[in-house]
Design a protein. Structure first.
Lengths: 136, 136
DNA sequence: CATAAGGCTTCCAGTCACTGGAAGGTCAAG
DNA sequence: CTTGACCTTCCAGTGACTGGAAGCCTTATG
C-alpha cells in the first residue's frame, strides 16, 4: 500500500503519516522506487493512532497506548491509568472553559454593542471592574 | 520601572513581556544602560494584556482589543463582536470536550483495570468497537 | 514515443505563545 | 572589590502538524 492508500483508509493526511514515521510511530518498509510500502499492520496502527488522537490523547500517550496494545502481557490497569489521567485533564479543561464562558457571557451581555464608545468589556480588561467577574 | 517591576505588577513573566515588545504590543523606552524603562501606561497595557490573555483571547485579538481600548472613537459594537466570537469558540470547545469526556468515561468505566490484559479501551482504539462510542 | 497529470520523495520553514538557557553587561550592598 | 541580583541579546525548543518548493516515478492518453 502506498501512502495515499493508507491515508484514505485511515483518514490521516499523508503529511501526518510521514510525520508519524519521523517520530517512530510507524515503520513502513521501502519499495525499490523509494516509496513507502505500508503493510496491513501499519494500516492498522495508523487507524489506532487516528482514533487515539481523535480522543485527544497526546502523541506520547498514543505511543504508550500502542505499546500496551501490542504487548500481550499488558495489564488493563496500565491502560486505564493513561485514559483516566487524560479524562481528568479534559474534565479540568472543561471546568476552566466554563468559568471563562461565564465571565465572557456576563461581559458580552452587559455591553450594549452599538456605536457608542463606552464598553464594560474594555472596562473589565483594563481592570476597572465594577464588581463584574471574579475570574482567576 | 524596570522589567522586573512591571513583571511583578502585572504577573507576567519578564520573558513574556520581552516577547510582547518583540511583537509590538508594548514599546518601552530605553535608559542609558540599555534597560527597558516602562511607563505607567506601559504597565497599564501589560495589565490589560494579562487580563485579556487570561480570558483566552489570542494575541491578535488582544492587539485588536487594545487598539479599540485606546481609540476614543471606538464603537462598543466592535468590541462586543470580538468578545462574542471568542465566546462562540469557547462554547464550541466545551461541547467538543464534553463529547470526548463522555466517550472516555464510558471506556474507563468499562475497563476493569487490573492485571489482566483484556481491555475495552484498547479494543475501541483498535476499531473493534462493541457498539461503545459513536465518537466523531 | 512524448507528454501530461497525479503521486511520491525530501527538506525547509511556519504555526502559536511562549519558555529555557547561554553568554555577558549593570547595579547596589557589604 | 566582590558577590549576587538584575538586566541584555540571541538561539533553540515546545506539540503536532501544515504548507510549499523542487524533483523523481508511474500511469494514461495522443
Amino acid at each position: 500500500m502506498n501512502i495515499g492508500d493508507v491515508s484514505r483508509a485511515s483518514g490521516l493526511p499523508a503529511k501526518t503519516i510521514r510525520y508519524y514515521e519521523d517520530i517512530g510511530l510507524v515503520r513502513p518498509v521501502r519499495g525499490d522506487n523509494g516509496y513507502r510500502d505500508f503493510s496491513a499492520q501499519d494500516a492498522h496502527r495508523l487507524a489506532f493512532l487516528g482514533r487515539s488522537r481523535s480522543l485527544g490523547f497526546s502523541i506520547e500517550e498514543c505511543r504508550r497506548l500502542m505499546s500496551l496494545y501490542e504487548d500481550r502481557d499488558r495489564s488493563s490497569g496500565d491502560v486505564k491509568a493513561v485514559a483516566a489521567e487524560h479524562l481528568d485533564r479534559i474534565s479540568e479543561k472543561i471546568v476552566e472553559l466554563q468559568s471563562l464562558k461565564a465571565t465572557l457571557e456576563t461581559l458580552v451581555t452587559r455591553c450594549h454593542g452599538d456605536e457608542r464608545p463606552d464598553c464594560p468589556i474594555l472596562d473589565d480588561l483594563a481592570g476597572q471592574q465594577d464588581e463584574t467577574a471574579p475570574h482567576r
